[in-house]
Write a protein that binds this ligand. Structure first.
Ligand code: SF4
Length: 267
């Protein structure tokens, strides 16, 4: 089996959700505007580092999504998101804080690590480069609200960065957050992941895989009003037995468990 960060994090969110997604093959429909915009924006960033025109790349990639029946949230529209994307690219170019040498090799890099029992763990890291002159692993994020920066050190607990630090062995990590809001903002968040956090993540991976292989898929939704994760879970229609909710959010692709690592390319 090939495992990925997305797969482990789905299990840790709710084991039943993992079962719906990876064993039964239910997937969220790929029409969320924010997610597709994030992909288009990442391609624009790649164009920037390859010394191509990033705004043209964004327009091309985002135009390809325009007629997909996109589902917008927070009052977004296709035009507004494009405009915000171009402003974010401008800001990023002006800041000029990130350097990536040999971008064809150092963008979207695949890492694989054997994890015992014939399994392996695969991750696609957005980039390896420098931020303000310091070498580090880089992750891009597009979002409609700022990432929390306090309390100090919070970023070192980010499970995706810890995971990528674990698989690459790189302790210096950074997240570049492109915030789509009325006045766009780019956040440059950097932290160091300790050996202990990496070791603990390795243990978490082993423990999670043991539970998956033992077929432990009891739901634990963490229900506690008003923070009920089920209310935003795409699989709530299956758990409630409501077919119209299932039809609205999911498509079924049996056999998906063998292709789960491809999710890494989607975020
Ligand atoms: S709706 Fe709740 S119980 Fe069902 S998969 Fe989602 S989080 Fe788990």
């Amino acid at each position: 089996m090939t495992y990925s960060y997305t797969q482990i994090s789905q299990y840790l969110t709710c084991p039943r959700r993992y079962r719906h997604r990876y064993l039964d093959g239910w997937q969220e429909k790929d029409t969320r505007a924010a997610m597709l915009f994030g992909r288009a924006f990442e391609r624009a960033l790649a164009a920037y580092f390859l010394r191509e025109d990033p705004a043209a790349a964004l327009f091309r990639e985002w135009s390809a999504c325009q007629n997909l029946g996109l589902q917008y949230s927070n009052g977004d529209t296709w035009d507004r998101m494009l405009q915000q994307g171009i402003m974010l690219l401008d800001r990023f170019c002006q800041d000029d804080r990130i350097r990536i040498r040999q971008p064809r090799r150092n963008l979207q890099i695949k890492f694989a690590r054997p994890i015992g029992g014939g399994n392996e763990f695969v991750a696609y890291v957005d980039a390896i480069g420098k931020i303000d002159g310091t070498g580090c692993l880089l992750e891009w994020k597009t979002t409609s609200s700022r990432y929390a920066e306090e309390p100090d050190g919070l970023l070192a607990l980010d499970p995706q960065l810890v995971c990528y630090s674990w698989i690459t062995g790189i302790s210096e990590v950074a997240m570049v957050v492109f915030v789509r809001k009325r006045l766009v903002e780019v956040q440059y968040l950097r932290t160091t992941i300790t050996d202990q956090r990496r070791r603990e993540f390795g243990q978490l991976v082993e423990d999670t895989i043991r539970r998956i292989e033992s077929a432990e898929f009891l739901p634990h939704s963490g229900i506690r009003f008003p923070q009920n994760p089920c209310s935003s879970c795409p699989y709530v229609g299956i758990c409630l037995g409501q077919q119209q909710l299932v039809n609205a959010t999911l498509v079924r692709k049996p056999g998906a468990e063998h292709l789960d690592w491809l999710d890494e390319l989607a975020y």
